[in-house]
Design a protein around this ligand. Structure first.
Ligand SMILES: [Zn+2]
Length: 411
């Protein structure tokens, strides 16, 4: 088993994940500074702890059972609202095809994992830090108490920053609060009309799905949003820029910081949590110096952490493991990041692998990536991730570029 996992890690380190919000575009002023409308008092939203067995083992007539098996973990990027903008043949089209799903595909994936008996849990509830027998802190895997027969699923969403390149390519522009107090997306359709919707972005879509299927989230969990900082967060341009910085830019930044606060508050209230994806989407494998990683980590804490609060979750940009290998080694970059409070370190893989490190208080884990790369499949009969769906039922080949698929067509 050791050798198999090690082989997988090596393989995965060779798969480039460069499109994961590639840090190529310079920070830009979005010009989008609408004030959210004053919301109404929202419906109460209950968040429960899956590590506590309900009294008597039953809640709301549902029997709960202990679960110590694999916790699956899927991650998405922002989803494509308008495929005609995303797949228009420009130089972003193939990257979006590789690393994103469309709204239609995302809806089908949610429906399929729901029908297959998965229920959402928050990544922060799966492991805990305890004091070991030697007095040293270490991570432990928690027993989860789930509705009998259900399987746990973590969702995370990378680069939910709404980068300027996304705005031109058929994604939502930002999250806003509707006058119902709920999260909506704001953006523009291909004709340039403003669109406020709960059907065009992964976050309000999941909120709506859970409202319609509350049993999909028995503890109220949604997903963990993996944020960079270099182009702001959630569509708000909260970042600084070291090149030139005027008072007017700073005033706008402060306005954007104020505008995003109620969005963050509502997301937290309704089961969303936040993790770091580094400020600059930087490489942690060793090509970036420790000093630069320290500066980046401080900048994230300053510009993002001050808005979303502290986090113990780190999502590696490009899936790149600290010091080149976070499994057999615990190198200086990993030790530094752990010293800054990170405990759960997430890469990208082909199985929901996790490993509690023995020499330091940390857990490393891999996430699966439903996207064009995996939906187009392998030589497996129905593509990758068959525990969640049949890729042939999910992929929208009419919307996507005409590129190869490698599964066997349905008879
Ligand atoms: Zn990324």
């Amino acid at each position: 088993m050791r050798r198999v996992i090690s082989g997988l890690l090596v393989l995965l380190m060779l798969i480039p994940l460069a499109s994961c919000g590639g840090n190529t575009a310079p920070p830009a002023d979005s010009g989008v500074t609408e004030e959210p409308e004053e919301p109404k008092a929202p419906e109460p939203y209950e968040i429960l702890d899956p590590t506590v067995m309900p009294e008597g083992g039953v809640r709301d007539g549902i029997t709960y059972a202990a679960y110590d098996g694999v916790v699956e973990h899927l991650f998405f990027h922002p989803v494509v609202a308008y495929p005609e903008l995303a797949f228009d043949g420009d130089n972003q089209a193939n990257g979006i095809d590789d690393y994103m799903v469309t709204v239609g595909e995302y809806n089908k994936i949610l429906q399929s994992v729901y029908e297959k008996g998965y229920v959402l849990v928050d990544i922060g509830d799966v492991w805990s830090e305890i004091a070991g027998e030697d007095g040293q802190p270490r991570m432990v895997r928690n027993t989860l108490y789930l509705p009998e027969g259900k399987k746990p699923l973590i969702l995370s969403f990378d680069d939910t920053n709404y980068y300027p390149y996304m705005l031109e390519n058929g994604f939502a522009y930002k999250l806003i609060l509707g006058d119902d107090g709920l999260i909506w997306s704001w953006g523009k359709d291909p004709q340039g009309n403003e669109v406020v919707s709960q059907d065009l972005d992964a976050i309000p879509i999941l909120d709506k799905f859970v409202r319609e299927h509350p049993e999909f989230s028995p503890f109220g969990a949604k997903g963990c949003l993996s944020l960079t900082g270099y182009e702001g967060i959630l569509g708000y341009r909260t970042q600084t820029d070291t090149k030139s910085w005027t008072q007017a830019q700073e005033a706008n930044r402060q306005k954007e910081r104020e505008a995003v606060k109620p969005i963050i508050e509502e997301l937290k209230r309704t089961g969303w949590t936040f993790g770091s994806h580094t400020w600059g989407h930087i490489r942690l494998g060793g090509s970036v110096s420790l000093a630069e990683i320290q500066a980046d980590t401080e900048r994230w804490a300053d510009e993002v952490g001050t808005l979303v609060g502290p986090t113990t979750i780190l999502f590696y940009p490009h899936g790149e493991r600290p010091d080149g290998n976070d499994w057999q080694n615990t190198g200086p970059i990993f030790r530094y990041l752990q010293s800054q409070g990170f405990r759960v370190f997430c890469s990208v893989g082909i199985e929901s692998f996790s490993y509690i490190k023995k020499d330091i208080c940390a857990v490393i884990c891999d996430r699966l990536h439903p996207d064009g790369t995996t939906l187009r499949g392998s030589d497996k009969v129905i593509g990758w991730y068959s525990q969640f769906y049949d890729a042939r039922d999910i992929i929208d080949l009419e919307a996507r570029p005409q590129r190869e698929v490698r599964w066997t067509p349905k008879a």
